[in-house]
Design a protein around this ligand. Structure first.
Ligand code: HSE
Length: 372
């Protein structure tokens, strides 16, 4: 029976992956082996079947017995173990949620509802490294990938509204701690509806800028504010997150010539849904109804939201989308800039389609490929 090693299954992405695999009853037809970087010998997760105690995730001899390794452990682990395993001659499939190997020539960035043909070709060519994409890119492509596939996009800007979860579990806690501190500091003014709004405003601002306000992980207040910087700087003035928009989209789609994509990536006070406002320069004047039709038929998870206030408030927000696989695309309209300029807004759960779901689906594709 095929052996699949799971590493990093306890972290944020890993635990969402486990939840989804359990929900879809994926733990069958292969032998799962759970490894750990810190709790060797302890009991593994409850997956409804008997599994051996946790193995050592740093043991190359154990890893070499795997047909597939699925890691959500992060780039440091990948950088340490991947080269070691490949150098030792291990020829299994490496399925990774981290970014370390994404742009390597031999790697395929996976998002099967959008690039299944690229994945199938890679499998036929004997490629072995399949890597999950950047969450913002994957969510954008789940929403409007079809417009790229139909060659309708000349260039695009993506202005993002990224959730705390993209920065990590500690950041999610810090966001809520910030909200809590602001709430508690404002209590006396909130209780009294007659209180002066200027006093409430001043109290919020003082709290946010107080030395005890928790900013250890974000480096700045996020609750009541925004942080227009995500990841490390690039030489051209972009952040790495902004750079990924173009680099990864073009790699996922294997575009023949680079389609320019750029924008500003901004952290906002949502918990785990990323949102994006896109401006698209179309290659031709396509009617909005046609665009809506193309998007809504492109995959089973995308949902076109009518451009009304009522529908937008109800369906096009992190509050509505969190915890679901639905990718709503709304506010679709032509811009005053001209008939070839389209704008829209899309939202998606950063831990589902943005991270765990493409990995889960790719594991099934690999198991099917190996056994056929
Ligand atoms: N880099 C993303 C973010 C998450 O910071 O929101 C991972 O793709």
């Amino acid at each position: 029976m095929m052996k699949v090693g799971f590493i990093g299954w306890r972290g944020m992405v890993g635990s969402v992956l486990m939840e989804r695999m359990l929900a879809e009853k994926d733990f069958s037809g292969f032998e799962p082996v759970f490894a750990t970087t810190s709790q060797i010998g302890q009991a593994g997760p409850d997956i409804g079947m008997k599994i051996p105690p946790l193995k050592d995730a740093f043991d190359p001899a154990m890893l070499k017995t795997m047909d597939i390794i699925v890691t959500c452990q992060g780039s440091d682990y990948t950088k340490k173990m991947y080269p070691l395993l490949r150098k030792s001659g291990w020829n299994g499939y490496w399925l990774d949620a981290a970014s370390a190997l994404r742009m390597e020539a031999g790697s395929v960035i996976i998002l099967d509802p959008v690039n299944r043909t690229v994945i199938d070709q890679a499998l036929a060519d004997g490629k072995k490294d399949f890597i999950g994409g950047n969450c913002t890119v994957s969510l954008m492509l789940m929403g409007i990938g079809v417009l790229f596939q139909k060659n309708l996009i000349e260039w695009m800007t993506s202005m993002t509204y990224q959730a705390a979860s993209g920065a990590g579990a500690k950041n999610m806690r810090e966001l809520v701690s910030q909200m809590d501190m602001i709430g508690r500091a404002s209590e006396e003014y909130l209780k009294d509806p007659e209180s002066d709004i200027a006093d409430l405003d001043r109290r919020v601002l003082q709290t946010m800028n107080h030395e005890r306000f928790p900013v250890q992980h974000f480096g700045a207040p996020l609750a009541g504010s925004v942080i227009p910087w995500i990841d490390s700087p690039m030489e051209n003035g972009q952040t790495r997150e902004e750079w990924k928009g173009s680099a990864e989209t073009n790699k996922i789609l294997q575009t023949k010539s680079m389609i320019p994509i750029d924008g500003i990536c901004v952290r906002i006070g949502a918990m785990r849904c990323h949102s994006q406002a896109l401006t698209i320069k179309l290659t031709k004047d396509v009617p909005v109804d046609e665009i809506r039709g193309l998007i809504s038929e492109s995959n089973e998870w995308v949902k076109v939201i009518p451009n009304t206030k009522e529908d937008t408030l109800k369906y096009l927000s992190p509050a509505h989308v969190t915890g679901t696989l639905t990718v709503p695309v709304g506010r679709i309209r032509k811009m005053n800039l001209g008939r070839e300029y389209l704008t829209l807004f899309t939202v998606g759960d950063q831990l589902l389609w943005g991270a765990a779901e493409p990995i889960r689906r790719m594991l099934l594709i690999l198991l099917d490929h190996i056994s056929s």
